[in-house]
Design a protein around this ligand. Structure first.
Ligand SMILES: [Zn+2]
Length: 257
């Protein structure tokens, strides 16, 4: 389970979460800023969404502001057809990634789409992502799925559905020569998946040709995934990232790429 400010523990951000809209907006904003802090900003591109409990809609970071710039009141409310039902700022054209993943996956309450350098470059190698370090175990067993239908932006419901099909029941998919999509029951966990995927890709890129000789077995990777990336450990990781964010923002060391 995830711990929010004041040690409040929340299992999910779906229908039964009981989170207020103000709380959802605050968490979504923090999630955006942590992605930027960890190097996944891309000027004003990249976006994060979270379901509104029981409303059939989701909150989405608006277009034309950086993920480190967004404020809680900025987030748009959008329906599963991609229509803005509340909010004055511009909507991202790639809304259909989020709408169609949220439609296809009732277990998912949050979606991240970013263009992180290492994971995107790794996707162009065409080799499987192996659990050569702990981070890779978060995505094992099996390779991270790849979306190859286009390298262009995902700006139609059809393309959004195709991304959702590539994702399947997994926690991440690499959009080859474009970026990544991650998802989870909470926005915090979806962000952690995005951070771990970029680190795992970076680590494998250190090897010649990105091809390892040794990696953790599927059996052990599952054990490590439960041990290292469990909800219990997440409840330690997220407050740490929030503390780091406070220091980062105080220093004014905003980094977008
Ligand atoms: Zn994109």
């Amino acid at each position: 389970m995830a711990k929010g400010k004041g040690g409040k523990v929340v299992a999910k951000q779906g229908k039964a979460s009981g989170l207020s809209e103000a709380e959802l907006r605050r968490r979504l904003t923090e999630a955006c800023k942590i992605l930027a802090m960890e190097g996944q900003g891309d000027a004003v591109w990249g976006h994060v969404t979270v379901r509104r409990p029981g409303a059939g809609t989701f909150l989405m970071k608006p277009a034309e502001v950086g993920i480190e710039e967004v404020k809680p009141a900025d987030h748009l409310e959008v329906d599963l057809d991609g229509k803005v039902v509340r909010g004055r700022l511009k909507r991202h054209s790639e809304v259909f990634i989020h709408a169609e993943v949220l439609r296809a996956r009732p277990d998912v309450c949050a979606v991240v789409h970013t263009h992180p350098i290492y994971a995107t470059v790794f996707g162009a190698l065409g080799v499987p992502l192996r659990p050569i370090t702990h981070e890779g175990c978060n995505f094992a067993p099996g390779d991270v799925p790849r979306f190859t239908e286009t390298t262009d932006l995902i700006v139609t419901p059809d393309r959004g559905r195709a991304v959702a099909r590539s994702l399947g029941d997994r926690n991440a998919v690499i959009l080859v020569s474009h970026g990544i999509v991650t998802c989870a029951p909470t926005v915090e966990q979806a962000v952690v998946h995005a951070l771990l995927l970029d680190i795992a890709a970076r680590n494998q890129l250190l090897l010649p040709g990105g091809i390892p000789k040794h990696w953790t077995s599927d059996e052990e990777a599952l054990v490590k995934r439960d041990r290292i990336y469990s909800w219990a450990n997440h409840a330690q990781r997220w407050p740490y990232l929030l503390r780091k964010l406070k220091v980062w923002e105080r220093r004014g060391t905003r980094r977008t790429r």
